[in-house]
Ligand binder design. Sequence first.
Ligand code: ADP
Ligand code: MG
Length: 251
Amino acid sequence: MGKGRRFWLEEAVDIAAKEAAWAVELQGVCKTYVTGAGEFSALKGVNLTVAAGEFVAVIGKSGSGKSTLINMITGIDRPTAGEVWVAGTPVHRLSENQSAIWRGRTVGVVFQFFQLLPTLTALENVMLPMDFCNVHAWEERPQRALDLLELVGVADQADKLPANLSGGQQQRVAIARSLANDPPLLVADEPTGNLDTQTAEAVIALFKRLSQAGKTIIMVTHDGELARQGSRIVTVAEGRILEADGAAADG
Ligand code: ADP
Ligand code: MG
């Protein structure tokens, strides 16, 4: 085997290892909002790497840029400068259309206010992303949705409309929905912000379980106690990351 070929192999192995190791990588990410009042820099050069299987808690004061950061990772919004890579995809380069399709298959998104469709049952809400992305066969979808509701503990609520569920139940349905296409990455922006302490604990326990099953999780929270249950805390302050170290707990 010639020297050039061996180099190529080593390089390929190296690249493969890197892709496996880094689920999410932000390089020099800046986000400037242009408003009537002028420009506002919400992110000022953020570097962040999250390994596959990590459960990262993002904390910081209100207005520090947490949601903006999250929206860069999900591709819901685009950076003004810098790069966002998720498992080898240059998210910053995707068009709005490409981003929606990519997100549907790759990222489960969970919101503070659940954002279930009010006219659909819990089961139908979970099936919706399956219909959008066409990953799973049509005839498998109802059972798969029911299995996901079972996984998050609300299978008995499958036929109810969101208005007839408690906040905690709605958030469980929303988490089941986020898992519809079996995405490797879950991103949650203050998922417990609208839940009582006990229900919030249950949701975090669920995230922990999913992370132990191999999902990469990035969760914004106001709650320091809950943040410590992740595998790492990242603090955002005035558009910058203060610290991205310190494994808080193992698993
Ligand atoms: P956090 O989630 O940490 O509360 P955000 O990322 O939502 O913070 O917001 C960071 C800053 O950017 C805030 O000062 C906010 O007012 C501003 N901001 C957020 N979204 C927009 C927008 N669409 N247009 C203008 N300013 C925005
Ligand atoms: Mg926010």
